[in-house]
Design a protein around this ligand. Structure first.
Ligand code: HEC
Length: 204
């Protein structure tokens, strides 16, 4: 194939849905819409709707608390959704929406896409707004039970840890430090002297 055709082909792949010869069919607009449900940090992609903390509490009790606990503390080994403040630099960091997550949009998107576990994508947009509002309440981002989260005020209250996320800068901060091999006084040859199984530390 000529360079020009190569380029044309690559450009088509990137910009328009094209069919590889004889394979599949072009996705319909409805199918694309069903996949295209991501919500961005600036709120792009959010549907119209709203829900309050109180409404969220009711839905949470019915559909979420069995695993995540009434107050998001997590039942048994199911993940906690609240708490863990100021633990990130401790020996056992507890990463929750309040202590760790950077964007509220991830909360909305995650619930909408994946929860309740086992019955994903069964919630209405208003229910997801209400559940997100309730999780903001549990994580002390709002303290008013009447607080209503909506598409309109979605980006007004950032999560606590947002400012600690920054673009990956390892290109400039870390990689240059590792370009020189730093092992010195290495042995000429390496021999295996023991096996874990011989030391009886490997389970049968
Ligand atoms: C049957 C148990 C179960 C129920 C019910 C359930 N979840 Fe979950 N949830 C999970 C599991 C398991 C995970 C972790 C999934 C993973 O990491 O792949 C999770 C993860 C989450 C997370 C992300 C937690 C994190 O820090 O990574 C959120 C937010 C969440 N669930 C919200 C909800 C909401 C809201 C509901 C109710 C509508 C709900 N869940 C119902 C089991 C459940």
């Amino acid at each position: 194939m000529s360079k020009f055709l190569n380029l044309l082909f690559a450009t088509c792949l990137l910009t328009t849905p094209v069919l590889a010869e004889g394979l599949g069919r072009i996705a319909t607009p409805d199918e694309v819409a069903a996949w295209d449900i991501d919500i961005r940090p600036d709120g792009l992609g959010l549907p119209e709707g709203s829900g309050t903390v109180i409404e969220g509490e009711g839905i949470f009790e019915e559909q979420c608390a069995a695993c995540h606990g009434d107050f998001g503390e997590g039942v048994d080994r199911w993940p906690p959704l609240a708490g863990g403040f100021d633990t990130l630099t401790s020996e056992r960091p507890q990463k929750t929406i309040g202590s760790f997550w950077p964007y509220l949009s991830t909360v909305w998107d995650y619930i909408n896409r994946a929860m309740p576990f086992g019955n994903a994508q069964s919630l209405t947009a208003n229910e997801v707004y209400a559940l997100t509002a309730y999780l903001m309440y549990l994580n002390e981002i709002v303290d008013d039970e009447d607080f209503e989260l909506s598409k309109q005020n979605f980006t007004e209250l950032p999560l606590g840890n947002e400012q600690n996320f920054y673009p990956d800068d390892r290109d400039t901060t870390e990689y240059p430090l590792f370009t020189v091999a730093c092992m010195i006084e290495c042995k000429d040859s390496v021999e295996i002297t023991h096996y874990a199984s011989g030391k009886d530390v490997t389970p049968e």
